[in-house]
Write a protein that binds this ligand. Sequence first.
Ligand code: SAM
Length: 211
Amino acid sequence: MPPAPLDHTAAQAQRSLASERNRQPILEVLQRVLPASGAALEIASGTGQHVAFFARALPQWTWQPSDAVADAFGSIRAWCAQLGVANVRAPVVLDVTHQDWPAAASAGWDAIYCANMLHIAPWAACEGLMRGAARHLGAQGQLLTYGPYLEQGVPTSQGNLDFDADLRRRHPAWGIRAREDVQATAASAGLRLVQRVQMPANNLLLVFGRA
Ligand SMILES: C[S@@+](CC[C@H](N)C(=O)[O-])C[C@H]1O[C@@H](n2cnc3c(N)ncnc32)[C@H](O)[C@@H]1O
């Protein structure tokens, strides 16, 4: 059965200032690396600001938002209603650490997009994301991850070091990931890093394809 269309009724749009700052630079990378049309699964949609913004700017794409928890699904709906987008499906609960992803998230996606999750989740989320992406991307599909990373030989900003310490204080299993570890986990799932894009405020956007 096809996933339900998005219900545009009511609910409060939650704002993340970081999403407001980074959505335009991320969009510019999406416009460069993605084909003109396709179907995308967003992992860890959070407030829904990204998915609504990208759906409006990329009308030839259909977006499937998801998150491990449904708490902010009302906010995703509210953002989509505010921006008047019709190419976003109803959000689904998807915890990447679960072996089986829900049917609505199991298409052969042209893109899987995941921002700012890897450092605010245990390492098992990175392993689950890579395994799931390898299972659910189409043959030419791309996995895009956005966020802060540590990298060998690249000095880390004080802001990222402070952020990492704060994350680890909040939860011992959280923390900014080493890009090399993420890349190795992707490789063991059958994905290879095809692009590393330097983004504002010491973030990276990584693009993976099938090995
Ligand atoms: C910092 S928010 C990022 C939200 C949004 N992508 C953004 O960039 O603004 C982190 C999100 O990751 C989600 N998350 C954490 N663990 C997850 C998991 N195992 N599977 C899917 N989502 C997860 C949280 O529920 C939360 O919405």
